[in-house]
Ligand binder design. Structure first.
Ligand code: SF4
Ligand code: ZN
Ligand code: ZN
Length: 296
């Protein structure tokens, strides 16, 4: 197997691009895909300040690494969820600290137990739902910290596999609210910071290979609640389609990103928002879900 560019031995094969690369040309390919996403979806301008939400997993650490290499003014945010099983939160924090200190990039750690006296385990147990409560909490905290730091954008490590699986799941249930928000670029609106997904043009295996190539240590412990994530089923379904018809996932998501404004208009017409009576963030109820969960 030879590299499509230099004809030296290749180390990776990318069927959906009909290409094979040596380590050097894979790196060039990867950086170009991120630059292309930034340009195509107008995610960032040169020199802008960007906060990256990092879990300790490969996606968020890789997106931080690439944006840093591309010269953006990057800082990180890690939310300590307080999940003790499998040493999940402890290992995630350790991996993030190591990554950021090696690159001399500032990292803010937001510890839920220290702020509110309870962890995701405590509130998930009480409510009976872990992942949806955790997702809502992370979204709120990421936005609040981005707002407080006055950064230009908040970046997450969502990749093409995540985004196409989420799109598939939301289409099956016609979840208009989520369909209006699955785009690679959500502009700033009121108290909501601009949200960007620079890895939108990259697959999970490509990100995994980049992490390996650059010796990025990622968290190995798994969250005890991840087995319950329904999301995995949709990823597996799409993977089997992609295997038979390479390029399907990319086409599916890219077409959606061109017409997503249809869902936005539909969603806006139905939801009227007002400020939360505790934190002032926009919500459809008197007290927002975050304040209900963590503050009362
Ligand atoms: Fe949170 Fe669920 Fe992910 Fe665990 S698996 S970190 S509870 S979203
Ligand atoms: Zn090469
Ligand atoms: Zn609130």
């Amino acid at each position: 197997m030879k590299c499509t560019v230099c004809k030296q031995p290749a180390v990776v094969r990318l069927p959906s691009h009909h290409a094979r690369f040596c380590a050097e040309h894979f790196d060039v390919f990867f950086m170009r895909r991120v630059e292309k996403a930034i340009k195509r979806y107008k995610l960032l301008k040169k020199g802008e300040r960007v906060l990256v939400a990092v879990s300790g997993g490969k996606d968020s650490l890789v997106v931080t690494d690439v944006l840093h290499r591309l010269g953006y003014d990057v800082c990180g945010l890690h939310i300590d969820l307080g999940i003790s099983a499998n040493q999940f939160s402890a290992e995630s924090l350790e991996v993030c600290r190591e990554f950021f200190s090696k690159r001399n990039i500032p990292l803010e750690v937001y510890n839920l137990k220290e702020k509110f006296g309870k962890t995701i385990e405590d509130v998930g147990e009480r409510i009976g739902r872990f992942c949806s409560t955790c997702g809502m909490t992370k979204r709120y905290v990421m936005n609040a910290v981005a707002h407080q730091k006055k950064v230009d954008a908040l970046a997450t490590g969502h990749n093409l596999d995540d985004l196409s699986a989420a799109l598939f799941a939301n289409l099956l249930r016609w979840e208009m609210r989520y369909l209006s928000k699955g785009t690679p670029h959500l502009p700033a609106e009121g108290n909501f910071c601009r949200k960007i997904k620079p890895l939108v043009l990259l697959f999970e295996n490509e990100i995994h290979f980049y992490a390996k190539l650059h010796n990025i240590r990622v968290v190995t412990a798994s969250c005890p609640h991840s087995k319950k994530a329904k999301f995995k089923r949709y990823k597996e379904l799409l993977n089997s389609i992609e295997q038979k018809s390479p390029g399907t996932k990319r086409f599916f998501y890219e077409k959606y990103s061109q017409i997503a404004h249809i869902f936005k208009a539909e969603n806006e017409a139905k939801i009227s928002l007002r400020p939360c009576s505790i934190c002032n963030m926009p919500t459809s109820t008197e007290i927002c879900a975050f304040c209900k969960t963590w503050k009362i």
